[in-house]
Write a protein that binds this ligand. Sequence first.
Ligand SMILES: NC(=O)c1ccc[n+]([C@@H]2O[C@H](COP(=O)([O-])OP(=O)(O)OC[C@H]3O[C@@H](n4cnc5c(N)ncnc54)[C@H](O)[C@@H]3O)[C@@H](O)[C@H]2O)c1
Length: 506
Amino acid sequence: MKSVLVGFMGAGKSTAARTLGEGAADVDAVIEARVGRSVQEIFEQDGEAAFRELEEQATLELLADHAIHTVALGGGALGSSRVREALKEVRVIWLDVEVDLAWERIGAGKDSARPLARDPQAFERLHSERRPDYEALADVIVPASRVENFSEVIASLEGLGAKEAQVLWATTASGDYPVYIGRGLVSERGFWPANIPGRRVVISDYNAGRHYGEAFEPTFAGIRVMPGEQSKTLAHAEIVWTEMVRHGVTRTDVVAAIGGGVVGDLAGFCAATYQRGMRYVQVPTTLVAQVDSAYGGKTGVDLSEAKNYVGAFHQPVAVIADTATLETLPAEELAAGYAEVVKTGLLAGGALWDLISGGAAPNDPRVIAGCALTKLRVVAEDEQDLGLRQTLNLGHTVGHAIETATGYARYRHGEAVGLGLLAALRLSGADSLRDEVAGLMGEAGLPLTLDPSLDVDQVIFATARDKKRVGEGPVPFVLCPAPGRAQFGQYVPPAELRAAVKELFG
Ligand SMILES: NC(=O)c1ccc[n+]([C@@H]2O[C@H](COP(=O)([O-])OP(=O)(O)OC[C@H]3O[C@@H](n4cnc5c(N)ncnc54)[C@H](O)[C@@H]3O)[C@@H](O)[C@H]2O)c1
């Protein structure tokens, strides 16, 4: 399977190709060897048009060469329609570099040898112009920080068709892993990454397990819990640990968590703690899990007093999201997941918010991949929830309080988050955005008002237990005055909180 590396100047395409050794070619290096001059010299002596012609010719030749498995393209190669056409047949790997890092890496500045890297404003403009092209073409998106040991990235793609899945590369301080998003990956062909060895221990619930529990053969052990939030407890973790001991599971085995957020959080927690930690793969089968909970390594269980109070940060070794599994998901569960979709769109702003607010279906693969990418970028910056990651809690302060106050039984997690989002937008003073979000949620079938049997005080009391609270201080909120502009650590006057919660009773 031929792979092509694309990305802006300074993304590290040549470095990545070099780490792959024989069979990998760098277009710029091939041109320089042929012409006997550096790219800069060709640019300056013959002009950009002449260079682009050489670039197109060399690129097409290398793409057709069977001895070459990976081709690193020049930064401007996508300007050629013939090259873009040829990329339809191969796997396109985008090395995504932030503009500041690109500037620094190539030693840009007014004396730079690269003509396109002398003026910072023009450089930034070019970077933002090219980004959407790379994103649209990419089958695999890898942060540019991950160019060393690139063979690990390539190994994770073994056995996968060029256009079979969108693959995102997650980077965190404690580990990297691939995220595969594709239709039928699990349900039709039980795809399992070739570079993840070990006996597979499938942990699932009776619903997801009935449909997909047998997808990965051979399976060493299968453990199922009752569906629903009530299974996310220490008592259920003990049941799972005990079953693992009975099956003779060891820490060299690997857990496959097949199901929604409940299974992912519980199985991830069991994997984090069983024999002090073993590997696990998230196989999310609900919308909540495919757009949110499967990524980022937060695992844990609820206490009856407060949600997600006991747990561990433990990153999966891979995530395999099969969008076809959403077809067996009940409509109310799909709606519940839509609240997390809207939340992520509000955090991302830009193209993702345009797609979601424009009415894209909740299970649109572009929406799922866009939400996953948004979350992965946040977690890459702040794995331990010390700053930016707290923005992911938008809508969750009141949402978790609703869940706790109703004993985790009355509302689905997503439904509670949807109501929490409405409260958070009111507290943000984003009144028209709140109306827009209520419109989207209403159309998706999400509740817009709280059960009248519930009491305002119960909800307010439960917000005080929010995990983001520091000591005796007030509970910090995430506010979002406009899409793409969420702020964490915001304090709100108690009277405003009461009014925003009261309003939820209609
Ligand atoms: N770890 C995180 O970062 C994170 C983020 C967001 C949410 N969460 C957690 O996720 C949980 C909610 O997850 P959820 O909404 O996926 O709920 P869930 O796991 O309870 O799944 C919802 C229901 O759908 C069923 N189901 C799952 N997949 C199915 C399929 N493909 N076909 C048919 N039925 C299927 C389940 O059995 C269950 O009855 C909450 O506990 C929440 O705290 C965690």
